[in-house]
Write a protein that binds this ligand. Structure first.
Ligand code: F0G
Length: 379
């Protein structure tokens, strides 16, 4: 499936590794600007042809350093290079990877830098994206800076402050009566009809998100952590980090794989249920207050299940109260997060309480903060 028609004459051919776009289900090779497989409509994957060459990490700052591992030289606005912070709670042997330091306050900027670079290369006049809020804001920001028109389909129940910020980025906002998956269907339909490049939780974004794992490994002074706790919506970050770690392993940059632990709300946990029941992912109606991760059918769910199995990881559900407590505890440690952004920490606390895991080394990815919303609500 693709939004056919816009010029494939590349404005700039970026200096990147050769790759192909392969369907994750039927294996068919697809061509840009495909966003799903033209045969079976499944999600695609970027498969690199390294031709026996080892990609190099470049000097400098931010995700441009990883251009050799990416399908496009990122359209960089200062994303990446986010901080690593030690927990101030002594008995917690954990580090936080604090993604709130990105330009729009979430890890999403890493994916947007790759997607918008690709849209620019392909001469796209406009982009479209479905989102619960953060990704829409990030895409709108990067599109505006690149001079590309942008339309965001935003799910019902999205945080009002996020919608306001997206409008400030001059994007056209379509508020959807329905959840993320309804917004996704509408955005894909809009793309085909209007010849727009599709941004969002697809293959190119996943490439950008994997740089969280690259950076994390580079920042660690000791060995790889035993576990990494990651909040899950569409599982693009989760499966992207798995892809990144695999690539580092392939090139001898890490020795062993950390166990990847997916964390969702009990009120929106399709991945957790599928993992527990050893079944395929089935849609659930999102009922969580953690609006960022209110995704009833994760796009990269199957890839996430594989990542959990291969890394001997886990998928755990946390209650709304546990998420709120975790966000408060993060704030006490000087880390500010929105509910979805602090869900990984809620997962760590639950896991540690049940498994005595505080002694083993863990990393928690803090994904977003929505600039003060939680504080306002609390006041
Ligand atoms: N944390 C935050 C703050 C998010 O905004 C999201 C996803 C996630 C975690 C989960 O990441 O989808 O890659 O598993 N937000 C999307 C959005 C759905 O539209 O902003 P994921």
């Amino acid at each position: 499936m693709s939004a056919k028609g816009f010029s494939l004459n590349m404005r700039t051919i970026s200096d990147h590794m050769d790759y192909i776009l392969v369907c994750t289900k039927c294996g068919r090779e697809n061509a840009d600007p495909a966003f799903r497989c033209s045969r079976c409509a499944s999600i695609l994957e970027v498969e690199f042809n390294y031709k026996g060459k080892k990609p190099k990490i470049k000097a400098g700052r931010g995700i441009k350093r990883y251009s050799d591992f990416l399908p496009a030289a990122p359209f960089s606005l200062g994303e990446g290079n986010t901080g690593i912070k030690k927990s101030t709670i002594k008995e917690n042997n954990i580090l936080f990877k604090v993604e709130t330091g990105n330009p729009t306050g979430t890890f999403k900027d890493r994916g947007s830098a790759v997607e918008i670079a690709k849209a620019f290369e392909l001469d796209a006049e406009s982009v479209v994206c479905a989102s619960t809020g953060n990704m829409g804001l990030s895409v709108a920001h990067y599109a505006r800076k690149a001079g590309i028109k942008c339309t965001i389909f935003i799910s019902g129940g999205a945080n009002k402050n996020k919608i306001k910020k997206i409008m400030n980025e001059k994007a056209s906002v379509k508020k959807v009566k329905g959840d993320f998956n309804t917004a996704l269907r509408l955005a894909e339909r809009f793309a085909v009809k209007n010849n727009a490049f599709v941004c969002g939780d697809y293959h190119y974004r996943k490439e950008g998100q994997k740089t969280v794992a690259f950076e994390l490994i580079e920042q660690l002074t000791k060995h790889e952590p035993d576990r990494i706790f990651i909040p899950v919506g569409n599982a693009t970050l989760f499966s992207g980090m798995y892809k990144g770690l695999n690539e580092f392993k392939m090139f001898g940059m890490i020795k062993r794989m950390p166990a990847l632990i997916a964390v969702q709300s009990e009120r929106c946990g399709p991945l957790v249920s599928a993992y527990a029941d050893k079944k395929h992912i089935t849609y659930v109606r999102p009922k969580t207050e953690a609006d960022a991760i209110a995704v009833g059918y994760p796009t990269f769910g199957n890839e996430a299940l594989e990542a959990i199995r291969k890394t001997k990881g886990d998928a755990i559900a946390v209650s709304e109260a546990e998420i709120k407590d975790a966000v408060v505890e993060l704030e006490e440690q000087g880390i500010y997060a929105e509910l979805g952004g602090g869900t990984g920490y809620a997962g760590f606390l639950k896991y540690a309480a049940e498994n005595g895991g505080k002694k083993s080394s863990s990393v928690v990815v803090v994904t977003g903060n929505n600039e003060g919303i939680f504080k306002e609500k609390q006041a």
